[in-house]
Design a protein around this ligand. Structure first.
Ligand code: TYM
Length: 332
């Protein structure tokens, strides 16, 4: 009998250009897990429209993200790669979960609290209900494991709560998913303000490295990265800028923090920063080349996302029909 592999689901929003944080915190981890699991990797375009997107940019980024997945080493034949809006079950499930979710639990989501501080009353309703859509993404595939960065753990816990609640209210329907974090890449910090996570929605471009940044831009951004006046390469909470650069170097090269500390003892930051930049350039250049080649042949990408949507629709609909039946809808 064929061994049934455990299921992975994860996704990235096409709401901005992808950063090194997305790459190290999510994509690089997916590449490592793809052999062991039955993986669904999605470009979550429905999530991106929680804030206004220019239609042409949204289309461009959606395809670019799919290309980045593949260019980073996700093998299309082995995994289900698809675009969220091509599987209507995500939107439908989201409504069903909305009716099982509580205002209180959604109000406690850190990301929502931060964003609502900025926008006040005019914050989009989608930003409030967004974790329910994310829970739908995960639960529709009976997902066991969700590889994400640390910022998504709270949303994942909500997905678990919703799954448990639904299972209890009706009868066992959903697998309870678990988060899976990268050992060193789970929280890559902002280069200008290392107390904050690196984010694609940050205004100052020196704050982040984009996956598609040119080598010289990467070098410039790393040389401008905020450090401190201590002048010693040390993995310490007192030196959050240096700690972040060490994390990046360790993640890409596989060095331990101790090895990095020893290598740069008594040398200040110049050589260290130089090596961090070169490690990033070396890692991203081949990815960028493959992305460009993939985007030149859109029909190949189209074939991949269409095939992915077919499989995803089949699996997601099976779970959705179960939910509808249990809730009391007349089967169609
Ligand atoms: P998003 O699009 O903001 O980020 C995509 C993935 O990248 C991770 N990430 C980071 N990891 C380390 N350091 C950082 N600075 C950093 N910035 C981002 C995120 O944790 C995430 O894993 N709601 C999700 C997308 C989503 C999803 C899902 C994820 C929708 N449905 C279902 C998993 C399962 C989001 O906005 O991620």
């Amino acid at each position: 009998m064929e061994d049934k592999k455990k299921v992975i689901f994860s996704g990235i929003q096409p709401s901005g250009n992808l950063t090194l944080g997305n790459y190290l915190g999510a994509i690089k981890n997916w590449v490592k897990l793809q052999d062991e699991y039955d993986c669904y990797f999605c470009v979550v375009d429905l999530h991106a429209i929680t804030v206004m997107q220019k239609p042409a940019d949204l289309r461009k980024r959606t395809l670019e993200i799919l290309a980045i997945y593949i260019a980073s080493g996700i093998i299309p034949e082995k995994n289900t790669l698809f675009i969220q809006s091509h599987v209507p079950a995500h939107s439908e499930c989201s409504w069903l979960l909305t009716c099982n979710g509580y205002m209180g639990e959604l109000s406690r989501m850190t990301q929502y609290k931060e964003k609502s501080k900025k926008s006040g009353e005019s914050i989009g309703a989608g930003l409030f209900t967004y974790p329910l859509l994310m829970a739908s993404d995960i639960l529709l595939y009976q997902t066991d494991v969700v590889p994400v960065g640390a910022d998504q753990v709270q949303h994942l816990e909500l997905a678990r709560d919703l799954a448990e609640r639904f299972n209890k209210t009706y009868s066992p329907t959903f697998t309870i998913p678990e988060a899976y974090l990268s050992k060193t890449g789970a929280k890559i910090m902002d280069l200008q303000n290392p107390e904050k996570k690196m984010s694609k929605s940050e205004d100052n471009p020196n704050s982040y490295i984009l996956i598609m940044d040119e080598p010289d831009i990467i070098r410039k951004k790393i040389s401008r990265a905020v450090t401190d006046s201590i002048g010693e390469v040390k993995y310490s909470d007192e030196q959050p800028g240096v700690k972040n650069l060490m994390t990046i170097l360790s993640n890409i090269k596989g060095y331990t923090f101790e090895e990095i500390e020893n290598k740069y003892k008594g040398q200040g930051y110049a050589q260290f920063k130089n090596d961090v930049a070169e490690a990033i350039v070396e890692e991203l250049t081949p990815v960028q080349e493959r992305v460009k080649a993939l985007l030149e042949n859109k029909s190949e990408l189209e074939e991949i996302y269409k095939k992915g949507a077919e499989k995803a629709n089949y699996v997601a609909n099976k779970t959705l029909r179960k939910m509808q039946k249990k809730i009391g809808f007349i089967p169609r």
